[in-house]
Design a protein around this ligand. Sequence first.
Ligand code: COI
Length: 391
Amino acid sequence: MDKEARHSGHAENLIASEALKLSCWAACYYWSMKRTMTEPIGIQKAAKLKTKPNEGTLGFGQIFTEHMFLADFHDGEGWVNARVEPYGPLALNPAAAVLHYSQAVFDGLKAFRGVDGKIRLFRPHKHLERLNNSAKQLCIPTLDPELALSSIVQLVDVERDWVPKTIGTSLYIRPTVIANEAFLGVRPAKSYIYFVILSPVGAYYPEGMAPVKIRVEEKYVRAVEGGLGGAKTGANYAASLMAGEEAKHGGYTQVLYLDGVHRKYLEEVGTMNMMVRIGDEVVTPALGGTILPGVTRDSALALMRKWGIKVSERQISIDEVIDAHKHGTLTEAWGTGTAAVISPIGALAYKDQHMVIHDGQIGLLTQKLYDTIVGIQYGTAPDPDGWTVEV
Ligand code: COI
């Protein structure tokens, strides 16, 4: 098939899949939180306060703050009962749809305490747009973006003291929607819970900013076109566990998935998107529904374009990477993600090839991207595009 035909076929598929998503969304559910979520929210303060963790030893996602935000969705009513409550277990019927059919979506964003003491959210609108896009794909009622933002702002405001100060630490925010209707038939549920929890975090990988070793996955695939790969839903992460465990046993931090059809083109690293620098070009796999549209990916691309770097979102085969490594033109590789930020990749292993990149050291562009993004997040660098929202 020539390139043009492939493109037009792709465009038709995209239009068809958008139309399908739209009709599923419209036919299944369209709800606005406006009517009920604008009512003043109830805040029930925790009776017992927790001890704050030592910032120097923060890992990822092990400690949770004192409060959480909750709202309920009922068919015919929309989103109701928005409230802040003490952090604690959710009461779920064992027949809740989420426990059987995984109808659930989430997102992950961060609040940073700047050197000026101000608390900033990084690109919350973009994260909430992605949460709603994930929701549409799973026939989950969407949230009014402004009200969802206010749920996050209100919760972070209640938990201001939990935003750590040290550069490299932040308050990770996990907005989540789960189907809680007790029903075992397979169809979109009629009731849901939206909740937001907060976790003070340090680096995602134990390596911190030290380059990670990644195994290119041969056996398992993450997603195929038409599937859920572009949605932030637990199923994608459950599907990645086996590959991740096998990689860890082999001494690697994570796996890099190849496409599910040809087993040839780079996709993503499950917990982050992937970028390589080959000669004067930075290449990252194009978005096409099989990889997560990362917010840090988007930020890194925008910055590099502004800096005049040639950036391509295109198919890139593992053979092209191997070839570039052989010829010495593969100069840097890194992953991007909210949790991972900008994470240098020091080695890539594929079959019998072990490719050490930039002598296993962090590259100049990787460092510049990290410094710039972190600078905007902590208020030490200008934020010309208004990526941060103050709490
Ligand atoms: C994130 O980067 O926010 C993620 O959700 C990745 C992972 C921790 C699930």
